[in-house]
Design a protein around this ligand. Structure first.
Ligand code: ACM
Ligand code: ZN
Length: 757
């Protein structure tokens, strides 16, 4: 930029904006993940064809990225002058931190590493118009508000996972996914490459992995719990060639993203065993799996298996520069090991106690091999069973117990608990959502995740490296759907792992997501938009009940109807909880000044005799399925037919439960209705019976519940009594029988609204 232009420009700009630029009402441009500190300093920098950019090889990745971004964004090649400068600053403590200083004449990026500078560039990117993403920006200048941003991540491990075993995605798409991670300052892509349903990485020494393990004959249609199972009859498969992998790894390096490949062992290995049956315990010829779940064909612990795995890992190591290799370790049933002569021989000769110690032997041997090649292992938290391999990092997915145990043993941990990190779960209770594996993980819950378990002290907490979102693809067959599941939850996860807790606010985040959606549109990234959804709750106070509606964006209006009609721009505006005195169909939606923005929220409130009364349960529901607490069972609202993870169902794992409802005074009641979920594929079983009774007698009756494969079991108790109290005892189903998903584990009990008439 010539000096003359600068002067003219600045006068012009300050004339245009001077009245705004110092005013407190000026909005600070919004960035995801929110930076550590962002201060407006007054004035503007004009980005136009006079601007130049200088950087040397120290900042090659970040400099190249910015040069190309502006070239593609506004069709402008920056000159080779130093209006935009990269400065090496060793005084910046965090290697991934940066200072971005936008001044009227210069933009200065200071960092200790190219990676830090790259994150400054990603911040600068979000200060530029979203149209830059698609190259559709048509002006010749952009004025950037002057500001100083000082920023650094909270956690060093910031990742996203992707399962390509169940369904795979094109090389271009994998690069697009990596791009999105990098934009959000995530630094790790955990690539889950091998599964029971498909082996996706070319291994030259074992051609049958390509010819056989990479293909399945057909795929389960619909949900696993839909019985009987049906199949599409269509072959499915493919794999990434080593050349393709090299190009993806190089691409990731140009975005400062490390790819951690996952080669699953000893379980989730059915595809490999289908290709090379001698790797299993039985030697029998099996097929690449065509449905989902956990399979008993796992690698045998004989010598030939280790030879195979070492050869495979040799080729993997040569492709991936990552310090870490993920070796799986999860969900490996020991059924075959228990009866395999060679595995039992191994247990004896190695002096092991049982098959769990054999799992530890298996993992430790692989760890020793990888350590000898300069690599470290990561494993799912099952690698804690039978003792941890000496240098292993644990990926805690079954809650946080594994994380706590590992950190206390001074092992590094990456947090991916299903409760907050499984982006294959439903993100809304709306019945229009695409079929998902189950669960319920809305955006707000992801955002509220604290990767440091509260059980850890300050020293132990240092072993928590960070967190990652996981995307398993059983039910995700195409790229649009995958993006829908990933976004905007990936935005929330980026803030969980990057931003400081004191800068986090879900309300503020939601507003930034609304703005960020324009950028996703320009990037042609599909996303779920539940920002305009309404949540509701029945309130009971002093014998009166009312219904509260909430929406996350406070600059929008909720309108509602009580007559079953769809709300429109002339419907009543919601201001205070709506009194509810009878069975009501409530509909509501979020509006701006002109139109409805989101889907219609609809709630059927059944005003039965227990609504607003008191209820106690002898056990607390499982934290992941605690719905609206005990009161949610008598709030007049039934749960979803399919989503037992919503806020109406309560889930208990293995417990016998006792419920007492106090109606406050003697009340004539005829029937008590409730229902149980019975999704056996998800380990959920309706109980075999309910015992019940009333005030004066206590529990003295019971009804038997027939065993069927129905997803939902409706129950009616004919009561016909005058009673103040209702007692229900619901024994847990017990242990899941052999041959079923989760065999040997305790069953879940899920109960919905208890309707008293
Ligand atoms: C897992 O979800 N099986 C790690
Ligand atoms: Zn064996």
């Amino acid at each position: 930029m010539s000096f003359k232009t600068i002067v003219v420009t600045c006068v012009f700009i300050s004339f245009l904006f001077s009245c705004q630029s110092e005013s407190p009402s000026v909005k600070i441009p919004q960035i995801i993940p929110v930076p550590y500190n962002q201060t407006l300093t007054g004035g503007f920098f004009l980005l136009d064809s006079d601007v130049g950019l200088s950087y040397d090889d120290t900042f090659k990745v970040s400099g190249d990225f910015l040069q190309n971004y502006i070239l593609n964004g506004m069709d402008m090649l920056l000159r080779d002058t130093n209006d935009i400068q990269f400065i090496l600053d060793d005084s910046i403590e965090n290697a991934e931190g940066y200072i971005l200083d936008i001044q009227p004449y210069n933009i200065i990026i200071k960092a200790k590493t190219d990676q830090g500078a790259f994150y400054a560039v990603q911040t600068l990117r979000q200060l530029l118009p979203p149209e830059f993403e698609s190259g559709s920006f048509s002006d010749e200048t952009v004025s950037l508000r002057c500001m100083t941003i000082t920023d650094a991540p909270q956690f060093s491990y910031r990742g996203m996972h992707l399962d390509v075993g169940r369904h795979m995605f094109s090389v271009d798409f994998i690069k697009k996914y990596i791009d999105a991670l990098a934009m959000l300052k995530m630094n790790t892509f955990h690539w889950h490459l091998t599964e029971d349903q498909g082996w996706r990485i070319e291994i030259k020494q074992y051609p049958k992995l390509q010819d056989i393990a990479a293909f399945r004959t057909e795929t389960l249609i619909g949900h696993y719990s839909d019985q009987p199972h049906q199949f599409d009859g269509k072959p499915y498969g493919g794999f990434y060639t080593q050349d393709e992998i090299k190009s993806i790894v190089a691409y990731a390096e140009s975005r400062h993203v490390t790819i951690i490949p996952e080669i699953e062992l000893p379980g989730h290995a059915q595809a490999a065993i289908a290709a090379y049956p001698h790797l299993g315990c039985t030697g029998e010829q099996i097929n690449v799996a065509t449905k989902w779940g956990v399979f008993e064909h796992i690698y045998c612990s004989k010598e030939e298996t280790f030879e195979f795995l070492e050869h495979v890992l040799d080729e993997v190591i040569a492709l991936f520069p990552s310090k870490y290799i993920h070796i799986g370790g999860d969900e490996a049933p020991k059924t075959q090991w228990k009866v395999c002569v060679q595995c039992q021989e191994r247990i004896k000769t190695e002096g092991l106690k049982d098959e769990h110690e054999l799992q530890n032997y298996f993992i430790t041997r692989i760890e020793q091999y990888l350590n000898s090649k300069g690599k470290q292992i990561i494993g799912w938290d099952e690698i804690l069973e039978g003792g941890l391999a000496p240098n292993a990092t644990v990926m805690s997915w079954r809650g946080t117990k594994g994380a706590i145990e590992a950190a206390k043993q001074q092992h590094k941990v990456i947090m991916t608990p299903t409760s907050h990190c499984y982006f294959d779960y439903y993100q809304s209770t709306n019945p229009d959502e695409p079929t998902a594996i189950g669960g319920f993980l809305p955006l707000e819950k992801v955002y509220g995740f604290n990767p440091i378990p509260s059980e850890l002290n300050t020293d132990e907490a240092t072993y928590i490296l960070g967190a990652q979102g996981n995307i398993w693809t059983e039910y995700i067959t195409n790229e649009d759907h995958l993006e829908y599941m990933a976004f905007p939850r990936m935005l929330a996860m980026s803030e969980v792992v990057w931003s400081q807790n004191q800068n986090k606010s879900y309300n503020g985040f939601a507003k930034r997501v609304e703005q960020f959606n324009k950028r996703l549109d320009e990037l042609d990234i599909n996303y779920a938009n539940h920002l305009y959804e309404i949540s509701g709750e029945l309130l009971s106070e002093n014998k009166s009940t009312s219904y509260q509606l909430l929406t996350i964006l406070d600059d929008k209006t909720i309108r509602y109807t009580l007559n079953g009609s769809d709300p429109n721009t002339s419907s009543a505006i919601y201001t205070n909880p709506i009194p509810i005195n009878s069975t009501t169909k409530l509909k509501a939606a979020v509006f701006d000044d002109e139109q409805r923005l989101g889907r219609i929220f609809s709630e059927d409130i059944t005003f039965h005799k227990a609504v607003g009364k008191s209820i106690t349960i002898n056990k607390t529901p499982h934290p992941s399925y605690s719905g609206s607490g005990a009161n949610g069972l008598i709030n007049g609202i039934s749960g979803s037919e399919t989503r037992y993870g919503d806020k109406e169902w309560l889930g208990f794992w293995g417990d016998d439960i006792e419920i007492t409802i106090d109606l406050g005074e003697d009340t004539e009641i005829n029937t008590i209705k409730t229902r149980f979920h019975n999704g056996n594929g998800q380990w959920i079983y309706a109980p075999n019976k309910i015992e019940f009774g009333f005030s004066s007698h206590g529990i003295d009756s019971s009804i038997t519940i027939p065993r069927t494969e129905k997803q939902i079991m409706d129950i009616i108790i004919e009561a016909n009594v005058n009673t103040r109290k209702i007692y229900l005892r619901i024994p847990n189903y017990g242990t899941i029988p052999d041959g079923k998903q989760g065999a040997g584990n305790k069953a879940w009990t899920f109960i919905d609204e208890i309707i008293v008439n």
